[in-house]
Design a protein around this ligand. Structure first.
Ligand code: PXP
Length: 338
């Protein structure tokens, strides 16, 4: 839903949580050199408005995406203004979705030759300048790409959000607690795998996951669980007190035809269930410019974490353009299938 009246622009998303209608509208207005963005949330007629005023450089292009007005939790919670929302994001993209760029494979290029380049911090800055809402890295037990020093350097340098993917491993946990990323996404890890295979068995590992999640939460780190769109796993995430899940889209992205449709239906159902349980829903793995259209059918998405395809496209287009092209594709998101 979108309307433009003179210099006022309104975009709304209507969803329903446990039968209660929820409406979130982003109202943007430009007066002289000032731009005002308000997020108006209403649940059962109860309205709340949060506004940000920024100066407009170069006209309408300097948009603050709705995703940077942080609506991750309850629409009535105070906005998280620590990161992107107050930054002069140089982005023409006004999407309902945040893009987290996974830069692991920039480090892969460095590690295969043992060189000092390419510089991870430089890569992160290019992604941010292109409009990424966050930077994701996976500190693997075998340190095949990202190294501990990268995570510390990124923590200092990046202006958006740092999302650290990690296995439930005490050594990596101690790094995470020192680095204090904005978010930790717990993932399963096997030494021999080429990339993360399958989602975390949150339902089968509740006892082992609970203390880790507790320590991360106590340190003020938002915890996300990378899981399949399986009701058992979603319910386990809610029981474990993880406020965020990342739906594993890898299976869908590898399939074609009817099998892909079935998997997409399961992802949509999983997202609806998680949202109804009050969880924030992210998605990631295997997403590229071709399959993104299907991914955008998934309702209630907050963030897409995308790495390999963006870094591959960057070989031909440069990283800035590769990020912008993905953001452009994500502009088609209007809240997914109801
Ligand atoms: N999300 C999670 C949890 C992952 O483990 C990965 C891969 O590191 C990604 C997203 C990004 O996947 P891809 O590189 O296929 O875009």
């Amino acid at each position: 839903m979108s309307s433009v009246k003179g210099k006022k622009e309104k975009k709304c998303l209507v969803s329903s949580v446990k039968g209660k209608k929820e409406k979130k509208c982003l109202v943007s207005s430009v007066k002289g050199k000032k731009e005002k963005k308000c997020l108006v949330s209403s649940v059962k007629g109860k309205k709340e408005k949060k506004c940000l005023v920024s100066s407009v450089k170069g006209g309408r292009n300097n948009e603050i995406p709705l995703s940077s007005l942080d609506t991750r939790h309850s629409p009535l919670l105070p906005l998280d203004t620590r990161h992107s929302s107050l930054l002069p994001l140089d982005t023409r993209h006004s999407s309902l979705l945040r893009l987290g760029v996974n830069i692991d494979h920039v480090a892969t290029l460095r590690q295969v030759r043992g060189t000092a380049y390419p510089d991870l911090v430089q890569a992160a800055r290019v992604c941010e300048a292109a409009g990424a809402g966050g930077i994701t890295v996976h500190l693997r037990e075998d340190r095949r790409h990202i190294q501990d020093r990268d995570v510390f350097a990124l923590r200092k340098a990046i202006k958006t959000r740092l999302n650290l993917e990690m296995a439930n491993n005490p050594d990596i946990l101690s790094v995470a607690l020192k680095v204090r990323p904005d978010e930790v996404c717990l993932v399963p890890e096997r030494r021999q795998e080429l990339t993360t295979e399958g989602g975390l068995d949150a339902a089968g590992q509740e006892r082992r996951l609970r203390p880790t999640i507790g320590k991360l939460r106590d340190a003020g780190i938002e915890v996300s669980l990378f899981i399949a769109a399986d009701p058992r796993q979603i319910e386990a995430a809610a029981r474990l007190g993880a406020p965020v899940i990342e739906l594993h889209t890898g299976t869908y992205c590898d399939l074609k035809g009817a099998a892909a449709r079935r998997e997409l239906t399961a992802l949509c159902a999983g997202a609806r269930l998680a949202h109804a349980m009050g969880l924030t829903v992210n998605a990631g793995h295997g997403i590229n410019l071709e399959n993104a259209r299907g991914i955008l059918e998934i309702p209630h998405l907050n963030t897409l974490n995308i790495g390999h395809s963006i870094i591959c496209n960057a070989v031909f287009t440069g990283l800035n353009r590769a990020v912008r092209e993905m953001l452009e594709a994500m502009r088609a998101y209007h809240g997914g299938k109801p």
